[in-house]
Ligand binder design. Structure first.
Ligand code: ATP
Length: 363
């Protein structure tokens, strides 16, 4: 098919370091698959950009995001750079709201070769679906603060917002092979319906949508219990869906169960646009040392190709995604390519090189 226009937003901290490796791998995909081409162009974003240009998301960057086929994002934000209200620079949140990227997709997959985190090293393979545009984070910038006495943020749950994320969850379950424990297709609603009215409403809408997918098992769990189950019986889960802040918190816990932030990719998609970024932040504690794990960024590029393939009806893009995932799975079996966060000594560039070599061999 044609060439895809990709807006590259490397951002802050380790963002540019891991983005460089994802680009190496995309080049290898082009080499391996003759009918797949990328026109990649970099744009400024993030905390450094805020200091230099007075904006964390300049108009030219937003325009490029809207005009591209997909957005590949690194990470943005640095602990010492803040907006006037004391919150951290987070243009990724602005992009989610502006481009209506309502579905936060976080595949939670444990690759063989990564040292076991949970007892018995269960084969973990499920997807967290996080509602990205409402929930508690809808209050961002709009909460109330009364001097030094009181501050309030609100949880926003709408019928439309809940319906579309829950429908996305069930459609995703239709495409997957089911839970690794029993092969059953299952969608789990994670909420706090026993305490909050907003969450009881979320569950009610979930149940109504679930009724239109009779072939898929639907269940509920409270968010506090879910943290326990994710550690005790992660194989039970297939697709799990929840509001924004719960999804933010649980995805970090989930990443911990599969080896850490360095191996956890994500996709933020809506009906028109798609943005792909590692689940981790800018990791200023390791930035500039050449030791960041690029796997999450590379897997995010694979999610991008899979999404493009489905959206544009392009099997070559989907083959590209599969080639990257297969290469990552192969490379991670070899501890020589494990960076320090996985207990090894491999520098960032060595991991990217190894994945690119495997991809180049794919046909
Ligand atoms: P944000 O709020 O922007 O998501 P955060 O404050 O949750 O960011 P991260 O930047 O994700 O924090 O980093 C959390 C921890 O994980 C840090 O110790 C960091 O070094 C580590 N980490 C994150 N990403 C990677 C990576 N790609 N490779 C190795 N370690 C990483």
């Amino acid at each position: 098919m044609g060439a895809y226009k990709i807006a590259l937003l490397p951002g802050d901290g380790i963002g540019p370091e891991v983005m460089k490796e994802a680009l190496k791998v995309l080049k290898a995909v082009e080499g391996a698959l003759a009918d797949l081409r990328f026109q990649c162009r970099e744009y400024p974003i993030g905390a450094r950009c805020y200091l230099e240009k007075g904006s964390d998301l300049p108009a030219e960057t937003m325009k490029a995001c809207k005009e591209s086929d997909a957005i590949l994002f690194g990470s943005a934000g640095l602990p010492d750079v803040k907006y006037a209200d004391g919150t951290e620079i987070a243009p990724q949140l602005t992009l989610r709201f502006t481009l209506d990227l309502y579905a936060g997709i976080r595949p939670i997959k444990k690759y063989p070769g990564i040292r076991p985190v949970l007892a018995g090293d269960p084969p973990i393979d499920y997807v967290i679906l996080r509602e990205n545009t409402e929930g508690l984070y809808a209050s961002r910038g709009g909460g109330v603060r009364v001097g030094n006495e009181l501050a309030v943020d609100n949880m926003v749950i709408t019928r439309k917002g809940t319906e579309r994320i829950v429908q996305y969850a069930f459609r995703l379950a239709q495409k997957r092979k089911g839970a690794s424990a029993d092969g059953r297709k299952r969608v789990t609603c994670v909420d706090k319906a026993n305490v909050l009215r907003s969450m009881a409403f979320f569950r009610e809408v979930f149940d109504r949508v679930a009724a239109s997918f009779p072939g898929i098992e639907a269940e509920h769990t409270y968010v506090d219990a879910m943290t326990l189950y994710m550690v005790q019986r992660p194989r039970w889960f297939d697709v799990v869906v929840m509001e924004n802040m719960f999804g933010d918190i649980l995805s970090d816990l989930a990443a911990g169960t599969i080896g850490g932030m360095g191996v956890a990719p994500s996709a933020d998609v809506g009906d028109t646009y798609g943005l792909f970024q590692p689940s981790h932040g800018s990791a200023p504690d390791i930035a500039g040392k050449g030791i960041a794990n690029p796997v999450a960024q590379i897997l995010s590029a694979a999610l991008m190709l899979d999404w493009l393939g489905e959206k544009k009806g392009d099997p070559a893009a989907q083959r590209g995604a599969q080639a990257i995932e297969a290469a990552i799975a192969e490379v991670l079996k070899d501890p020589r390519y494990h960076p320090p966060d996985l207990g090894g000594k491999a520098p960032t560039g060595a991991v990217g090189d190894a994945v690119a070599v495997k991809v180049a061999g794919a046909k």
